[in-house]
Design a binder for this molecule. Structure first.
Ligand code: HEM
Length: 405
């Protein structure tokens, strides 16, 4: 059981930026799912919540990214941030979207990622220390793991990870509707530094065997597009995984019987990862703009209007999932929409699942976890799209390293 999800809260005009929604969106989602599945919310934006509708929206050719890209570029104003936003894969439409996506897909295919598994396990072993007795899941484990893994794929030097993390912490807040002028100015400066760093790195890495070298050697993307791709992969590759590890730990901490079950039956972990993605996804929604009118559940959505697909709500749709607010690691065939769907399905889904399975295999072995903060005191990241806590301290019974199984 989640805190309030069984009690839908009436929604007159859904606003995902409201602090109470960011703290716990699920009661609001339940009201939308039940009463107004194609809902006209804040600023006239359409919010779509049911599983089948979200899938249909994500597969719809009439829904594109151009308007979303222009919106964010205008919000941050001229400068290095909009330079990247205008070129990132995330905001391209056809044919550039497919051209850029084809450049990176081979590196994220299951076969290519197989050789990365020992590095993921090594990082997990290094970060999850059973003798520590306590750790902050977000800052001690999730961030360094997710950033370490995407850096290894790209071929970014390990010594530069702290630098990259510091830039990313300054850039992240600019991708929020509530970003103030100070945050945007600092984000612009950080993006300029990151772009200079990558420009220098590309000069020396051309032709190396990692993804960065491959991207540079491929003539079908400009230097600016390569830089935008690397920035995109750094961000998409570590913020999402970090938050998902935190959300999964929170779900387990609030459901100790499920945690005990996983400890006893670690073979359940791949299914448990799907359930964690469904139950509390680190990406809650994705936005599109209509280039033509669209009929959906008797509503007419007009050309030019914005549509937000609420994957976080679709993952709790009772039409699709029996008893959707129950966290149950024994569910099978879950297929959450957390990685999106259709031609923009997450490039890093296989990689993320590998990381999540590896880290939860190690985390469930730590004996007697407890959160050292009251869940009510946890601070959520300010974002309409991403969901995750800023810190997540846990305590457990420290083990003598030699007695660890
Ligand atoms: C739990 C972790 C993750 C979640 C929940 C997640 C979620 C998503 C979602 C929902 C989309 C679709 C966006 C849309 O429809 O507009 C997406 C796209 C994308 N993701 Fe992930 N992601 C995760 C991890 C990763 C990782 C590890 C990478 C690193 C490679 C990555 C790279 C990307 C890229 C490049 C796209 C753009 C795909 C496109 O537009 O064609 N993601 N992700």
């Amino acid at each position: 059981m989640t805190q309030l999800a069984g009690h839908p809260i009436p929604v007159a005009c859904f606003d995902p930026s409201a602090p109470e929604v960011q703290r716990d969106p699920y009661p609001y989602y339940h009201w939308l799912l039940r009463n107004d599945p194609v809902h006209r919310g804040v600023n006239g934006i359409w919010f779509v919540s049911r599983y089948d509708d979200v899938r249909a929206v994500l597969a719809e050719d009439r829904l594109v990214r151009q308007g979303i890209r222009d919106f964010w570029s205008q919000l941050v104003g001229p400068g290095p941030l909009s330079g990247i936003l205008s070129r990132t894969l995330l905001f391209q439409d056809e044919p550039d979207h497919s051209r850029l996506r084809a450049l990176v897909m081979p590196a994220f295919a299951p076969r290519a990622l197989r050789s990365l598994v020992p590095e993921i396990d090594r990082l997990v072993d290094e970060l999850v220390d059973p003798s520590a007795g306590e750790l902050d899941v977000i800052n001690d484990v999730a961030y360094p793991l997710a950033l370490g893994v995407i850096s290894a794929v790209l071929g970014l030097p390990p010594k530069d990870r702290d630098l990259i993390r510091a830039w990313s912490l300054r850039i992240g807040p600019t991708l929020d509707l509530a970003a103030g002028p100070g945050e945007i100015a600092d984000g612009q400066a950080a993006m300029a530094e990151l772009t200079d760093y990558l420009t220098d790195l590309i000069r020396v890495r051309r032709g190396s065997g990692d993804l960065l070298g491959t991207l540079c050697a491929d003539g079908s993307a400009s230097r600016e597009e390569v830089i935008a791709m690397v920035v995109t992969l750094i961000f998409a590759g570590h913020e999402t995984v970090t938050n998902q590890i935190g959300n999964g730990v929170l779900a387990l901490a609030r459901h100790p019987a499920q945690l005990s079950l996983l400890r006893a039956l670690p073979d359940l972990i791949p299914d448990a990862v799907e359930e964690m993605l469904r139950f509390d996804s680190s990406v809650q929604s994705n936005s599109r703009q209509l280039v033509d009118d669209l009929e959906l559940r008797g509503r007419t959505l007009r050309r030019g209007e914005l549509v937000v697909a609420l994957m976080g709500a679709a993952n709790r749709d009772p039409e699709r999932f029996a008893d959707p607010d129950r966290f149950d690691v024994t569910r099978t065939g879950v297929h959450p929409l957390s990685f999106g769907s259709g031609m923009r399905h997450c490039v890093g889904a296989v990689l993320a699942r590998l990381e999540l399975a590896a880290v939860f295999r190690a985390l469930v072995r730590l004996p007697d976890w407890t959160l050292t903060k009251n869940p009510g005191e946890l601070q959520y990241q300010r974002s309409t799209m991403f969901r995750g806590v800023l810190t997540l301290p846990i305590a457990f019974t420290a083990q003598n390293p030699r007695s660890t199984p």
